[in-house]
Design a protein around this ligand. Structure first.
Ligand code: ZN
Length: 149
């Protein structure tokens, strides 16, 4: 939940939930538990466990790239997705889910066969937003990352 006390951000290194005060630059923040930077400008590879934590405990919206290693368009888009992380952090967390390795997640989000790859904006941070704001976020996302395959 977003509170007056700051934003909750899940550490991509150790999973600890950090609270970033509103008057601090979130992009510089380090994890209070493992002391790694909370934002490195790169997408974070998630498995079933870390994925769940990111989408339920972050106050920022979480963008997920469900990709497959055998998919040419997915691989071609990867550099653009990396650049998107640098551009969209710390307002968003960008995750990558390998749908071959995380088949339960792939099934849950309807990523099967030809329909494996897509970007999604998920998480508490996203769900608290108004429809208009979510639409603006989608527009931002589409401007930064290429069309999904
Ligand atoms: Zn940490």
């Amino acid at each position: 939940m977003m509170t007056g006390l700051g934003l909750h951000v899940v550490c991509p290194s150790c999973g600890a939930i950090n609270r970033i005060p509103k008057d601090r630059p979130a992009g510089q923040a380090k994890c209070g538990t493992c002391h790694q930077k909370l934002f490195s400008g790169k997408p974070v590879t998630a498995n079933a466990v870390t994925f769940e934590r990111h989408i339920t405990r972050n106050d920022i919206p979480v963008i997920v790239d469900f990709w497959a290693p055998w998919c040419g368009p997915c691989l071609a888009m990867a550099p653009a997705y990396e650049r998107a992380a640098a551009e969209l952090e710390p307002n968003y967390r960008l995750l990558k889910v390998n749908t071959e390795e995380e088949q339960s997640l792939a099934a849950r989000y309807g990523c099967r066969g030809e329909r494996h790859a897509r970007y999604r904006i998920l998480g508490e941070g996203a769900e608290q937003r108004s429809a208009a704001r979510r639409q603006r976020e989608l527009t931002t996302l589409k401007a930064v990352v290429p069309e999904m395959c």
